[in-house]
Design a protein around this ligand. Structure first.
Ligand code: ZN
Ligand code: ZN
Length: 229
């Protein structure tokens, strides 16, 4: 049987862009992503293989199915998806397409990928993100995360961008709004530089301030509870 699609033999693996929601495992030890549409129920790691989302016994991407990872060629096309209300909290991923792929006009459908960079947008309040915090939804065993600034993270379950990158592993870089905030060598968990430590300190200080204000509120509570602030 003859293949209908022309075969490509690129010297370097193709690259592309997609959007996804960052996720943190229930026990807080693993980080990954979950897709925004097809296959969104299955969180994936930094390096991952696609499987048929319909459970059919073929290798993704099958030509007569629509399974496999998807990405677009143009960064702007992926960024455009972030404008919709339901995707506002998603992050932009720079990916490398590995393994078999099918090329389309706007992007690829493919077997295997590596997420190289996750770009985190601003906090919902508009300030620069220092952390990824519990977004209030998830998948079984996984909490979805959304960008949070030091002022909005409060007592929510959260990880700094550097910690997210470390937990995700495999050399993932996580950047806030286009500025690199961290590059983690997975072999050196203590290899954080000054900018990463400053970001960690800001996050810890914000959380400490929040806990102290809660504590002060509780200590001063009792009779004044109904008097309001
Ligand atoms: Zn399939
Ligand atoms: Zn905020």
């Amino acid at each position: 049987m003859r293949l209908r699609l022309p075969e490509e033999r690129p010297t370097e693996p193709p690259t592309g862009f997609k959007i996804a929601h960052p996720v943190l495992s229930q026990d807080g030890t693993r980080a990954g992503f979950t897709g925004v549409s097809l296959g969104g129920a299955l969180p994936y790691g930094v390096v991952a293989d696609a499987s048929c989302v319909y459970g059919r016994r073929h290798r993704a991407p099958a030509r007569l199915c629509d399974c496999g990872f998807h990405c677009v060629h143009e960064r702007a096309a992926a960024e455009a998806l972030l404008c919709t209300e339901e995707h506002r909290a998603a992050v932009l991923l720079d990916i490398t397409v590995l393994g078999a792929y099918i090329r389309f006009e706007r992007g690829f459908r493919y077997a295997r990928q590596r997420v190289r960079i996750a770009t985190v947008g601003p906090c919902a309040c508009g300030a620069r993100a220092v952390a990824l915090a519990d977004a209030g939804w998830g998948r079984p065993g996984w909490r979805a995360l959304a960008a949070a600034c030091a002022g909005c993270v409060r007592g929510r379950t959260s990880v700094s961008l550097a910690t997210f990158a470390r937990l995700a592993g495999d050399g993932l870089r996580v950047v806030a709004g286009g500025d690199p905030v961290e590059t983690v060598d997975p072999g050196l968990p203590e290899g954080l530089g000054v900018p990463e430590l400053v970001a960690e300190a800001a996050l810890l200080q914000a959380r400490l301030d929040w806990f102290q204000s809660r504590l002060a509120h509780l200590e001063g509570g009792g009779a004044q509870q109904q008097a309001g602030p």
